[in-house]
Design a protein around this ligand. Structure first.
Ligand code: GLC
Length: 525
């Protein structure tokens, strides 16, 4: 009850001050002071009681991203900030890829030196308000002025610096952190360093730590030889982050964090088993009391067929006929035969085996025996890239393989396709199946992780929003694809109903942000 009352107060305060509508312009600094003052005057109790969650991650859209992690960090905090009692902020590295236009909007806060083992490194702190969320950027050109985000021999040191810098910079935020929420191995040292070196320091007391696993496959494993010199952790503490004879940063974070979460309820169960945990099942079983599975949402403002500027034609649930115009434009653009009656099957994915590429390859000739077109967009393992180029050469009037990372084209494909294939061997959550639904494109998915939690099979077309198969093999996948093709071809009315259900399913963050908020409230007592 008390929270509801506070919520109302804060909402009213925001409405009167226009705080939520404040544009992020160069004059933000002055405007912000005014806004803050007014809010404080109107709702002093709420302002004092607000709790603060700092999202620590290596990616956040729209400023830096390579995939799902960046999508989530770039959208979840915005929904968290709709609440009256919790505010989320984000901290990421300042990468070279940040555009000049965005750089011009950064506000410099301070610079300090950060210990990286026995060295001290320069560290700048910048701030940027965007879409109702404060982003902090950590600057060090030696570590981050490079092309791309990852893949360097010293990635361990780069993210050790980043994690240490987050903790060292906290006193300069002018914003007390109540929950440190770290994501994936790149920020896994945050809870470890906090418990080893900061929790008893003045100003750092009683901070709760949460660690989210977006994909357990990437654990941050390094040679024990660099424990002291790179990570600055004494050999006395080796056991804290040792696993199977290696430094394993994710293992350290799971053990050291107060709570651990992952991105779907099913994956939270799966990672307690050897089949999915990439070795860490024992660690998760030991920590299962603090493990939660919360399904991701997607940024429904960006993935909105009515407004997205990348689409050939905008449409919504009431103008689905226009989806076919976009389909024909896509066929034209890619040089495929233009025919709105031929179903387009699409994949937008990293070309990695666990995404199901091997069973797709096994079934490809059988899929293409049907009257379909097949579009794949993505980059990844060279062998898979070569395969898709080859298959396009063989089936030139049916297949298009675009080996690149192209967001603009991705939107056109999500919208122009009819069937979206996502046969992952494992999938912590998966966002593409939700993005496809947003555009009225029907997912064919394997029943695993977040795919299982988000897509219900349509059976004979009267319920559900997709086609789901159980076991990881090409025959079951082919059967699901052919069920989809059959419904598309022979039962137009049922297909339209399916498309309507998919496009109207709520994949926004509203529901999941609510679960996160309750989680934070519980953590904070
Ligand atoms: C990773 C996972 C994906 C998940 C995303 C965001 O990319 O592989 O399944 O949706 O993180 O949590």
């Amino acid at each position: 009850m008390a929270v509801t009352k506070k919520e109302t107060q804060e909402k009213t305060a925001k409405k009167t001050t226009g705080a939520t509508k404040k544009p992020a312009t160069k004059t933000t600094a002055t405007k912000k002071t005014t806004t803050k003052k007014t809010v404080a005057k109107k709702a002093p109790v709420v302002a004092v009681n607000k709790k603060h969650v700092l999202y620590v991650a290596s990616e956040a859209f729209p400023f830096a991203g390579t995939g799902g992690l960046g999508e989530v960090i770039g959208s979840l905090p915005r929904s968290i900030n709709n609440s009256a009692d919790i505010e989320a902020r984000i901290i990421i590295p300042l990468y070279q890829s940040l555009s000049a236009e965005d750089r011009a909007k950064l506000t410099f806060i301070t610079h300090i030196t950060v210990p990286v083992a026995w060295r001290n490194q320069y560290c700048g702190l910048f701030k940027y308000e965007h879409g109702g969320v404060t982003y902090y950027f950590i600057d060090n050109e030696y570590y981050f002025k490079r092309s791309g985000l990852y893949g360097y021999g010293d990635d361990g040191e780069r993210f050790a610096f980043f994690s240490r810098a987050v903790l060292e910079l906290m006193p300069y935020f002018d914003w007390r952190v109540d929950v440190l929420h770290a994501h994936d191995w790149q920020s896994a040292l945050v809870p470890v360093y906090y418990k080893l070196y900061y929790m008893y320091k003045e100003g750092y007391e009683n901070i709760k730590t949460v660690f989210t696993i977006h994909n357990i496959e990437y654990q941050g494993q390094f040679s024990p030889a660099i424990l002291e010199d790179v990570f600055g952790i004494s050999y006395k503490e080796y056991m804290s982050i040792e696993f199977n004879g290696c430094i394993n940063l994710m293992k350290g974070a799971i053990d050291y964090s107060d709570y651990v979460s992952t991105v779907s309820p099913t994956y939270a169960e799966q990672i307690k088993t050897a089949e999915y945990a990439h070795g860490l099942e024992g660690i998760l079983l030991k920590n299962e009391d603090k493990l939660r599975g919360i399904l991701n949402g997607v940024d429904v403002d960006t993935y909105n067929p009515k407004t997205n500027k990348a689409l050939f034609v905008n449409y919504d649930k009431n103008s689905l006929d226009k989806k076919d115009i976009g389909k024909e434009e896509l066929q034209k653009m890619l040089g495929l035969p233009v025919n709105r009656d031929v179903p387009i099957i699409a994949m937008i994915t990293r070309l990695a085996s666990h995404k199901g590429i091997d069973i797709v390859r096994r079934a490809m000739n059988d899929i293409l025996k049907n009257d379909v077109q097949f579009i794949v967009l993505g980059t990844g393992e060279i062998d898979h890239e070569e395969y898709f180029k080859y298959i396009q050469n063989i089936y030139d009037n049916k297949v298009r393989s675009i080996i690149s990372f192209n967001k603009d084209l991705a939107h056109k494909i999500y919208a122009g396709a009819d069937i979206f294939l996502m046969p992952s061997k494992s999938e912590p959550c998966g966002l593409s199946q939700m993005m496809a639904c947003r555009y009225g494109t029907i997912p064919v998915v394997r029943k695993t992780g977040g795919l299982k939690d988000s897509i219900i099979d349509c059976e004979n077309g009267d319920k559900g929003i997709g086609f789901v198969f159980d076991n990881y093999n090409s025959d079951e996948m082919l059967c699901a694809i052919e069920r989809a093709i059959g419904l598309y071809r022979d039962y137009k009315a049922k297909w339209s109903g399916l498309v309507k259900r998919a496009i109207t399913t709520d994949f926004s963050w509203n529901k999941s942000a609510g679960v996160y908020l309750d989680f934070y409230r519980e953590i904070l007592g």
